[in-house]
Design a protein around this ligand. Sequence first.
Ligand code: FAD
Length: 502
Amino acid sequence: MSDCVIIGGGASGMMAAVYAAGKGAAVRLLEQNEKLGKKLYITGKGRCNLTNTAEPDEFMRHIMRNPRFCYAALSHLDSAGVMSLIEAQGVPVKVERGGRVFPVSDHASDVTKALERAMLKHGVRVTLGAKVSSLELEEGRVTGVTLSNGQFIPAGTVIVATGGQSYPSTGSTGDGWVFAERSGHRTKPPLPALVGIETVESWPSALSGLTLKNVRLSAKNAKGKTIYDEQGELLMTHFGVSGPLALSLSSALAEQPEETPLSLDLKPALSAETLDERILRDIRAASRKQISSIMDGLEPHALGATILSLCGVSPALPANALTAEQRRRVLTAIKSLPLTVRRLRGLDEAVVTRGGIDVRDINPSTMMSKRVSGLFFAGETIDIDALTGGFNLQLAFSTGALAGESAANYLKAADGSAVREEESEHEREYDGQNLFQSDRRAFRRGEIIRRARGRKASRRHLSRHRRHVPGDGAVHAQTGRRSPRRRRGRRPRRKCQHRSRI
Ligand SMILES: Cc1cc2nc3c(=O)[nH]c(=O)nc-3n(C[C@H](O)[C@H](O)[C@H](O)COP(=O)(O)OP(=O)(O)OC[C@H]3O[C@@H](n4cnc5c(N)ncnc54)[C@H](O)[C@@H]3O)c2cc1C
């Protein structure tokens, strides 16, 4: 029997395997594809933006859904931890604009290779072409998984790392939702995030392929409150808008974004007054020229022509014939060109999935299910998502690492529990009264031993207690506490120390 079975060989599954095996668990990773990291391979346009060096507060601001849930996982393995782990496997990384981290080689496959090497080092057993069709449960705890060919694989713990539902061709088809729902977990419906936006207006399609740099895009909700207001790059497409601004806006929109009004400021660096003065100056300097050539000085030719057309101004109009009303319309169009959301593009085009397993059913300190013992979740299959910039992969790595380590700790604690039962019998015999019920926790903290000492227990009894101290150094899955004997002699271990070992 494998101690820990991991479903999914993506970013979170591989990291979970490294951490579970690094903590001594016998790990088996099951991936339905013919290779590991199929989605990783296409990340960052094939370069893999694996994390971001943003400071913790800034990092949290980039998490769109359930940032507080991610806190423990991110403290467990942060961006520095991911970078050193990847570099330790012979893949140097570099930091680019905006704290984005890439492998120096600019090859996403190197990140997968690094994780594969780390798994190999810790003896992880990887099975490719293995599609899990169901989780097996018994009396509220997981006992293994069944593959699509009917084979049952028993396991002490299972980590579901099956990804979201975006880019299903990479293998993330939403099996995690099915496993979670069938085992009694709540889920949030899958919606596309970090995806292009279809607009009601058709003029963007006429400009398809045009990238607008340094423009400002804003959106208001139904109550008129600004929900998005950012400056950057916007790409015109055959369906509407895409590019960095549109992608991050798509994550900020409400679940039903239809009809959301957007506003595009094509000259955010100039106030309306300054822009008006500039247009007047240009007209005075070339009063006989066509208005289209004045627009050419302000915007790319095709966009200038579109603005004139939207304002009902002929491009052939002599500049000095432009009326004050027409000039006001052009000015308004440049400063706040209206767009309306028709809908978001589909999950098959989305960079990430919004929705997933409800975080209320997962313990954020361990990633273990609150409903099924021994079952853990990691990565995009959870209802967490972030903006572009390496934040999503970091979330996958962090939740994977925490789930992996917690699964290993859970197994150690479960091994210890047999010993604890033995102790409890002994305790009854020794004390002549039932200490076990109320004092079990106290026993774990070592208080029983001190109490035994206080009662001048015989050496024999004391030595038996000591011999049976649970786990002898094991870290409890939920509390993270070391067993009593070790705790007295050693300083508590810092959470991040494991990094250097892996
Ligand atoms: C085009 C694109 C570019 C991106 N670029 C970036 C980027 O540069 N930086 C960034 O931070 N994020 C990026 N992302 C997002 C990032 O890739 C994901 O958030 C991340 O890969 C999620 O990791 P995961 O392990 O949760 O899921 P996945 O990587 O999707 O892995 C899930 C794995 O589980 C397997 N699986 C599913 N069901 C089963 C089953 N029943 N049995 C066995 N195996 C199963 C799948 O085959 C898959 O291999 C990008 C996403 C896309 C689509």
